[in-house]
Each structure stands twice: as C-alpha cells, then as structure tokens.
Design a protein around this ligand. Sequence first.
Ligand SMILES: Cc1ncc(COP(=O)(O)O)c(C=O)c1O
Length: 399
Amino acid sequence: MHKQTALIHDPKAAPMDINTMQPPVYHASTIIFDSTKALFNRHWTDRYDYSYGTHGTPTTYLLADQIARLEGGQHCLLTPSGLSAISLVNTALLTTGDEVWIPDNAYSPNLAHLQQLQSSYGISIKIYQPQDIDSFMPSKACKLLWLEAAGSITLEFPNLPAFIHKAHQHGAWVALDNTWGAAVAFCPFAIDTLAVDISVHALTKYPSGGGDVLMGSIVSHDNKLHQRLLQTHSVLGLSVSGDDCARIYRSLPSLQLRYQQQSATAQQLMHWLKNQPQFSQVLHPANPDSAGHDAWQKLCPSGLSSGLVSVVFDKRYRWADVCRFCDALRLFQLGFSWGGATSLVMLYDIKKIRSLPQTHLQGDYVVRFSVGLEHIDDLTADIAAALLVLNYDEKVAQP
Ligand SMILES: Cc1ncc(COP(=O)(O)O)c(C=O)c1O
C-alpha cells in the first residue's frame, strides 16, 4: 500500500481498556457499514442502527438519554437551538385548519414561527392570558397548547395543571417550554399531577451554563408522538455536533447546584429590588405580589425559581432613562440569554411585544436581570451605582 493510501486506511481503532471521567466524543457524518447486508437491514428509526450523522451518534444519544431522564420523559430529540426545538414541534404537529394556543408572555420567536405557518398553511393562532384559564377557549380544531412557566420577561406563573387538564379534555397536545424550570424546579412529566405531552428545553441556558453553546431538546413520553416528531426531525436534517453535546454533558453534573444557587441569589435580589423607589414592580414568582405566586408555590414547593428577576420602571422614567441605567451596569452584561455564570441584563418595551392588555403591569419599561454566580452584594452594588445615573432625587437603598 502506498503511504498516501496507508495514511487514510489506518486501523482507526485505538487500544481501549480505559475508563475516563468524560466519555469519548464521536464526530461523524459518514458511518461505515460492515457489509451490504448490514447496510440494507438497518432501519434508521432504530437508534442503534447508526446510519448517518444526522440521525445520531453514541455521543448525541448519551446526552439525549440523560436529558430524557432529567425531565422524567421517555424520548429525547436534540436540535441545534432551543428555537429549532420549538419550531420542530409546531411543524410536526400543525396542519391546515388546526388551532394553536400560545400565552401572551411566550418567548416571542415561537409566535413569529406560528405566524409564518399561519400565512403559509392557514393554521389559526389564538393568544391567551396566562393568568386567566377562561381566556383559553379551545375549539374542536385545537391541536396544540403552548405553556411557559414562568413566562418570558414578565415571569407570570400559570396554573399549569388547570391548563393541561382543559387542553387534554379537548384532545389537544400540550407542549411546555421548560427552559425556565430547567427540569430542576419541577417535573413536567409527573403523571398524576402534571403530565405535559412534550417538554421543550433550550439547553443553551442552564444545562450549558457557559453562554457558548446553542442546543435544544424535545422530550416526550408517548411512542407514537415521538415517532411523529422524529420523522420531522429527520427530514429537516436537524443535527447537533458531538463537541457541543460533550460540552453540555460535562456541565450537567453541576446543573442542580448552579440552579439552586442562582435561585437563592435571585430571591435575595428580588427582596432588595423591592426597596428601590425607581421600580413600581418586581416580577418574580417567589414574590408574593407577583402574578402566579400561588401557582408557583404549589408546583415548586422546593422554593426554586431560576435566576431571572424583572423590574417595571416607574412611569416617570422615559425609555432613554432605562437605556442609561442599563449602560451604567458593570457586572450585569448587556446580552440576550440567561442561565450562565455571568449575570446578564436586557430591556424591553412591553407594549411593543404583547398583544393583549397588560392590566397587572404598572408601566411599560421592563428590565430583566439574569442572575449568574456572582456574590449578591456585588450585584446589588452594581445596580445601586447604575441607579445613580438616573439623577433623580430618590435615595437608593444601601445594599
Ligand atoms: C424561554 C425560551 N425558550 C426558548 C429559547 C430559545 O433558545 P435558543 O436561544 O437556544 O434558540 C429562549 C432563548 O432565549 C428562551 O428564553
């Protein structure tokens, strides 16, 4: 054999007999078959009949199985981002004439994807008020109910069991965006009390924890439903890289401890923020004044509540003031996302992103803090210093 060929056709099997803390990472688009018999007898839906990289490798299945266990479901599909997990669910389950319900405080790209499906295929989108079960009025055409607990940005916590019960009574599937709970705050597949059909999770946030990987997961229980999602996953060619899976897998052992710490710090921050006169409201499920506090208490008796805390600026402040406040923060970095070690901040004009009247909000300008793993005293000092740039007379409470 020529050296040129030998360099390609080496045995490729390293001496094994080694046990490492982290599992080996498979990088594969092509998977080699032993024979034509093996090639034609395989079936790609059988997960261990490895066919091609897009269908999965031992590395992707390792992470998928761990996420399924974490969420308490049976099956897990991995997608290149949390948003692609959401859009896969919409694409797989909705067709012309179907009705889908989404909360007004949902992660807004979900609604944007549904609007695309509406104009291409004629589905019907209904928006409900997450605090009001009566605003969810499914018709016979209802196929899918989206839930988010707590909701994006304003963090209202819905009565999940009531919504799930009503949707199931009408024969609709229930999909929960479980990114906030991260499968740590509560279990979405607790059959007796809370049984969603699908839990979607942006692994980008808490499971990754590093702000450096994008990935989503779709966990389900029912075999038929999983097969339907799997077919769509396959034809869309949604694959994830082995290296990204390994990064998330490596972060999982610390997930619960990080989440607990971030919840505890966020609750301390919530209490401190309540004493600042610049804010008319502090939005956080553990705050007794927040919408859905009772529902959160029932579902999360452990008291976990993620690292997100939002504030509503008092009406006397203009948008430019809110921008100046965010620009003045030093530890809270201005950036989308959450769940990592570095605290983040983002600002929103709520009336631009909601469809229904927000009767419980005492202002339009909302700033969402995503608490990282820094010390609470440093975080409150950062906010106290940034509030000074507002240059009004209020006394900023000492951290
Ligand atoms: C609640 C929620 N769901 C889903 C996503 C989408 O995740 P990704 O950024 O991985 O697409 C996000 C992202 O911010 C989110 O906040």
